[in-house]
Design a binder for this molecule. Structure first.
Ligand SMILES: [Zn+2]
Length: 290
């Protein structure tokens, strides 16, 4: 019995060492912080998950995107609490990727979750391995968007107005632009990846050619000068125009390689390796396979 006790003691110590190591790794994630855009509007940086936003209205707060873990959501709520004692009324999901919505479940039940109607649908898609969506259970139901829109939704927080705008298919088929006219700032989720190739989620109905049109339409329709992205520093209009041109030139190249009779593997070899996934999406779209 003594031996067994020692063995258990050893196991407990081993467990503590291992868990403290994984704790150490978690600490490499920067804590959540808020970066001021105006007196009312902040970017949410750090934590686990994508960058988001906080808007303080006259009568309550709107949050953009949810982080992924309880710890990061708790840090977000604490940071917002330091800014204002107004309640959080709305949480907008810019799209359905886990790094933007997994934290929905850690927000208070009183918060209304909003997304584009296609984004809400994506919550219930089977997972990539074919298993049913984790959001389909009754326990998760309160954390799926309960309010959706088609083209445009205006949200009034007292006198202050926030515009949710949908400009079409692109990164997925349900990406929302959250536009703050007073700040000339838009939160665009993952509709732009800077410093790494654009992700196009074909399995969620995303399409690179539509992406180019959608971003062009966005620039034509909103007067924003600052565009906050889920995964990069804020961008200006020129950076977005540049991104559109870059996408077009990759598409043109893929098209001409296909016209030369090259297959997917041959086309991929013509591009740097980190563009493989994007090139594959474009290839399938041109071939009509996507
Ligand atoms: Zn993301």
């Amino acid at each position: 019995m003594i031996k067994r006790g020692k063995f258990l003691f050893f196991i407990v110590i081993l467990f503590l060492i291992l868990s403290s190591q994984s704790f150490g790794q978690q600490q490499e994630t920067k804590p959540v912080s808020l970066e001021k855009i105006s007196d009312y509007l902040y970017q949410i940086l750090g934590g686990r998950g994508a960058n988001g936003g906080v808007y303080i209205g006259d009568n309550g707060v709107l949050i953009i995107d949810a982080k992924m873990t309880k710890e990061s959501v708790d840090e977000t709520l604490a940071a917002v609490n330091k800014l204002t004692d107004k309640p959080i009324i709305y949480l907008v999901n810019t799209h359905s990727d886990g790094d933007h919505v997994a934290g929905n479940r850690y927000f208070p039940r009183s918060v209304t979750i909003i997304s584009h109607e296609n984004c809400r649908e994506e919550f219930f898609h089977p997972q990539r391995d074919g298993k049913p969506s984790a959001w389909s259970t009754p326990e998760m139901a309160p954390y799926v968007p309960s309010l959706t829109y088609k083209d445009k939704m205006d949200i009034y927080l007292g006198q202050k107005k926030v515009e949710l705008r949908y400009f079409g298919v692109g990164h997925t088929k349900g990406d929302t632009v959250v536009y703050f006219p007073g700040e000339k700032t838009a939160f665009i989720g993952d509709q732009i990846f800077m410093g790494r190739p654009q992700l196009i989620h074909s399995y969620k109905g995303g399409n690179s050619f539509a992406h180019v049109k959608t971003l062009t339409k966005m620039l034509e329709n909103i007067n924003a000068e600052k565009f906050c992205s889920g995964h990069s520093d804020p961008l200006d209009r020129t950076a977005i125009e540049h991104h559109i041109q870059e996408m077009k030139s990759i598409q043109e190249k893929v098209k001409s390689f296909i016209e030369q009779g090259k297959n997917l593997e041959e086309v991929k070899k013509e591009f740097p390796e980190n563009l493989s996934r994007l090139v594959e999406s474009i290839f399938s779209e041109i071939k009509g396979l996507a």
